[in-house]
Design a protein around this ligand. Structure first.
Ligand code: GDP
Ligand code: GDP
Length: 438
């Protein structure tokens, strides 16, 4: 299911990071067990009542002059318009309404995207409310007063935000076609892969019904079946600032991955696998999407009989958190092995949707426990009572035990390996939750 995307836009120092952190809370550490992925605060998962969404902070580095501020705000607003379902436009009651706020508000209004106008630093409603009314002049609706620092008004603000979410992900949910995001650093060959796959196939460049985002989706028919490719390469932004470019590229990746079933992580064979690749692949891993690692430009490197093995070792080392992902060596230039991608995509989709019967799972667990004794601490041994699969995409399991504290990460990993030995689950991460039953 694809989650709505909410983007925060606003001038420097209005409190974007403070609001972002207040909303993201502990959730910010979602990337903690993904080595190689730095904890940058660009995006986070947020839950409010029964709604979940991806929050994006479009703000980057601090500009130093006011004309730079305006152009940077326009860039931020454009990114938000391109990628978000709802935009939080944040202003500052203490600085009051300034000219660049009005200009950005005009831009947001023209985009017709849902905007929630937030006035921050209203630390005391009685003292600052009269100043809040001024923000009606922006013409983008009722200002919502908050104090991000003291978490005042945040609930009311979130109520306004979630009002704009679609009731059900109706049309996108009903769309049975596999959705495949092609992600990777600039110049690894993402567009070339799509173009080569398109070849002489019938082309439908489509606005997928039900999305409120401007996506560049391409439907390709292969063997009578339609696949929808989500390209992150198409939207190129001009910026001289490296940090800003990286931020944009992460935002594009997060929003594309969010909408996808399967993610093709494209790596440049000539350049080799890098930390930046690990960061990008980590986004797909965290979200539990199906993953295929595509090493492109395979035509362009010198090969002998050790090359594949050496490449595999390097990729497995840098992307060590996703041993489950298959690696394919392709060339968008010559088309080598590209048609095989479809079989791989089909297989990964099947695995993402695979359900294992509870009886079978418990047999595997019983056998695993007999082969390797569960850990114990201070004379108390872990007992595993029962395991059941509760959902798919990604396959998610709940294990009932006597004491959660005794369930070590390594023992969960051991059980995961046993389940994978039996069912493969190639291309998909598995999730485990441990619950206590007395
Ligand atoms: P950003 O540049 O938009 O990300 O802004 P920051 O989140 O870094 O905040 C800028 C400054 O405003 C910091 O000194 C914050 O402590 C302060 N600030 C943020 N929210 C509030 C608030 O609700 N009330 C007050 N009084 N100060 C705040
Ligand atoms: P993107 O930024 O990831 O979309 O990358 P592009 O598709 O624009 O490709 C970047 C450059 O790499 C272009 O000059 C392509 O011609 C080249 N390229 C892409 N795929 C291959 C390949 O399989 N082999 C070789 N030799 N070059 C490739």
């Amino acid at each position: 299911m694809s989650k709505p995307v909410v983007a925060i836009v606003g001038r420097p120092n209005v409190g974007k990071s403070t609001l972002f952190n207040a909303l993201a809370g502990e959730m910010i550490s979602i990337v903690k067990d993904t080595p190689g992925v730095t904890r940058d605060r660009i995006y986070a998962e947020v839950s409010w009542l029964d709604k979940n969404f991806t929050l994006i902070d479009t703000g980057g580095i601090e500009p130093d002059s006011s004309d730079v501020i305006l152009s940077q705000m326009r860039d931020q607003a454009q990114i938000a318009i391109d990628t978000a379902d709802v935009i939080i436009f944040i202003t500052d009651v203490r600085q009051g309404l300034v000219d660049s706020d009005s200009k950005v508000a005009d831009m947001l209004r023209r985009s017709k995207k849902p905007v929630v106008l937030v006035v921050n630093k209203v630390d005391s409603f009685s003292k600052f409310m009269p100043d809040v009314y001024e923000f009606y002049n922006l013409g983008i609706g009722d200002p919502v007063p908050v104090s991000a620092a003291s978490r005042l008004g945040i609930g009311d603000m979130l109520d306004e935000v979630v009002k704009y979410f679609p009731e059900h992900d109706s049309e996108e949910e009903e769309d049975e076609r596999p959705r495949i995001a092609i992600v990777g650093k600039p110049n690894v060959g993402k567009s070339s892969i799509i173009n080569k796959l398109l070849g002489k196939n019938r082309v439908i460049v489509s606005d997928i019904a039900g999305t409120t985002r401007d996506a560049i989706d391409t439907a390709i028919v292969h063997d009578g079946k339609e696949y929808v490719f989500i390209d992150t390469a198409g939207l190129r932004r001009k910026s001289k600032i490296k940090e800003e470019l990286e931020r944009y590229s992460i935002i594009r990746t997060v929003t594309a991955v969010e909408r996808a079933d399967i993610v093709l992580v494209v790596i440049d064979a000539v350049e080799g696998v890098t930390e930046q690749d690990a960061k990008i692949a980590g986004i797909a891993h965290e979200r539990g999407k199906g993953v295929i690692i595509v090493v492109n430009k395979w035509d362009a490197i010198e090969k002998d009989n050790k090359t594949v093995k050496e490449y595999e070792n390097k990729v497995r080392t840098v992307l060590s958190y996703m041993p489950y992902a298959e690696i394919m060596y392709v060339s968008a230039e010559t088309g080598q092995r590209l048609p095989k991608l479809y079989d791989m995509i089909d297989m990964v989709i099947q695995n993402q949707n695979l359900r294992v019967a509870t009886g079978v799972l418990n047999e595997i667990m019983t056998e695993a426990v007999a082969m390797q004794q569960p850990p114990s601490d201070k004379g108390k041994r872990l007992k595993l009572y029962y395991i059941t699969q509760v959902s798919v995409k990604p396959p998610t399991f709940v294990i009932f035990v006597n004491d959660k504290e005794l369930m070590h990460f390594s023992y969960t990993r051991y059980l995961e390996n046993k389940i994978r030995e039996a069912f493969g689950f190639k291309g998909t991460s598995l999730r485990f939750f441990v619950r206590e039953r007395k």
